[in-house]
Design a protein around this ligand. Structure first.
Ligand code: 5AD
Ligand code: SF4
Length: 481
């Protein structure tokens, strides 16, 4: 799942407007990628119809749900720790029920009930519509499990509810699952086959956000470039579609074009892209529309051709460079970020140097870097020994992080003296006298509040920077307000 895991929001409990007449209390918290946070909104909206209002207070809850992540072992350990905490609360409130949702539920299935005695309910990512029945089972004193993966489910018909929203930026999911089968990755097993959501329901959701004055929308999927709608069905079956279906099909470039055209004042972002699936027409659409942000999250995982092959990434280092060159040719100021894994099985010092030299070529604006964590059931776990010593993984990871920090500083310094458009999202974490927002390249800028407010597009002159942030001063509104 090439999705940004935002450390700041891990474990955040979701809180929604109270629905009149609802008497039961739901505490729902999420770990992992943005897709999980989005899914929790779907779950809360399904349960609002079942008499549940959300609470931020664990001790008050009748039902506790935790939406889980399996991407690395550490993510799973965090959830196990939370279960210990729920257990302590359950001793005070024995009627409280506990459910596990998401990737860990899918991976461990009913084993969860044996391993963690306090768990009453286990629900995989495609089974949330079954929650009302499952909760009935739990109410009757029985454990309940549904981990069936679907080829169709996109939750397109569930009208989403926005959680703790700043009213400015929102995520809209467009695909679910992943068919790429990177050998290190558990996502194809936990989130199932790749499927695309009906563009009409995507447009309806965006219409609703636009009517509520949202200013920025991120189209979300494990692999957005792979989006393809031809009336339903898996991408691999597209060949068998009718001539009419083929002629009226919507791919990612077309979807992006449609949304950008209809909402010229809304900033559009998307995540995540996959090098082997990203096509030139997407970059052309980005270049054509001012409101599509000039930023692509484009994971590489490794700079070594041999390791890329072992990872089943279906492109070479050269092809990746070609893609980067094409992006920069069509959109010279486009920012690019990466995901990199260090210490994949058999990785040598030479492979590691290849990763460092690739980074030197691209000079990413930003990056998400991880030490390899073997995931049970993946092809890498079955075929390759996790043979890079932990200390070597860590050392290589540190070298990569240092390189990235230098590249981020280099990219950020290029903004000094320039004036950029920032969408104000929130108060700066470090100072209540400053706003924080992002420019089109997705770089965070912080500046004194002045008379501006959250949701304003402002022009900010950049005076200084760190490896993480631009610092400056607002000089007026942008023409996008
Ligand atoms: N070990 C370490 N990192 C992983 N990722 C995915 N699977 C693993 C794993 N087994 C990283 C990849 C992916 C990001 C979301 O998490 O870099 O792009
Ligand atoms: Fe991303 Fe590969 Fe995992 Fe798919 S299999 S979610 S492309 S890392």
């Amino acid at each position: 799942m090439e999705k940004i895991i935002d450390e700041n929001i891990q474990g955040q409990a979701l809180s929604l407007d109270k629905k009149e007449g609802n008497t039961r209390k739901l505490f729902i918290e999420s770990y992992g990628c943005q897709m999980n946070f989005s899914d929790s909104e779907i779950v809360a909206s399904i349960l609002a119809k079942e008499g549940f209002n959300t609470t931020q207070n664990l001790e008050d809850a009748d039902l506790v749900l935790v939406n889980t992540c399996s991407i690395r072992e550490k993510a799973e350990l965090t959830v196990r720790k939370r279960l210990e905490k729920y257990n302590a609360v359950k001793r005070i409130n024995p009627k409280m029920k506990v459910g596990v949702l998401g990737c860990m539920a899918e991976r461990l299935k009913s084993k969860f009930l044996e391993e963690e005695k306090i768990v009453d309910l286990v629900v995989g990512p495609d089974a949330y519509k079954d929650l009302p029945n499952l909760i009935e089972e739990v109410d009757a004193g029985r454990n309940a499990v549904n981990v069936i993966l679907s080829k169709e489910e996109t939750y397109g018909d569930i009208s989403p509810v926005r959680l703790q929203s700043n009213g400015v930026s929102a995520f809209v999911s467009i695909t679910r699952g992943c068919d790429n089968m990177c050998t290190f990755c558990v996502v194809p097993f936990t989130r199932g086959r790749e499927r695309s959501r009906d563009p009409q329901s995507i447009m309806e959701e965006i219409d609703d956000l636009a009517s509520k004055s949202f200013k920025e929308i991120t189209l979300l999927g494990q692999n957005v470039d792979s989006y393809l709608w031809y009336g339903g069905g898996l991408k691999k079956d597209f060949e068998k579609a009718s001539e009419f279906q083929k002629a009226t099909a919507v791919n990612f470039a077309k979807l992006l074009d449609m949304v950008a055209e209809k909402y010229p004042k809304i900033r559009l972002r998307f995540t995540t892209s996959n090098p082997q699936d990203m096509t030139l027409d997407v970059i052309e659409v980005m270049a054509k529309h001012k409101n599509i942000c000039k930023y692509i999250h484009l994971p590489i995982q490794s700079g070594s051709d041999r390791i890329l092959k072992e990872m089943n990434r279906l492109h070479t280092r050269e092809e990746y460079f070609e893609l980067i060159d094409n992006i920069k040719k069509l959109i010279p100021d486009c920012a690019i970020s990466q995901d990199i894994i260090t210490g994949f099985p058999t990785e040598t010092e030479e492979d590691h140097q290849d990763t460092l030299s690739l980074m030197e070529y691209v000079k990413y604006e930003y990056g998400f870097m991880f030490a390899y964590s073997e995931r049970p059931g993946t092809l890498a776990a079955r075929k390759l020994e996790d043979d890079v010593p932990e200390a070597t993984k860590k050392r290589r990871l540190n070298e990569i992080i240092t390189a990235q920090r230098n590249h981020s500083t280099y990219r950020h310094e290029a903004f000094i003296g320039k004036t950029v458009e920032i969408l104000i999202e929130k108060e700066s974490k470090k100072s209540d006298a400053h706003w924080s927002g992002r420019n089109t390249q997705n770089i965070v800028a912080v500046f004194p509040k002045g008379d501006y407010k959250i949701g304003d597009f402002v022009m900010v002159r950049i005076d200084e920077c760190t490896s993480a942030t631009l610092l400056g001063e607002a000089i007026g509104y942008s023409d996008n307000n």
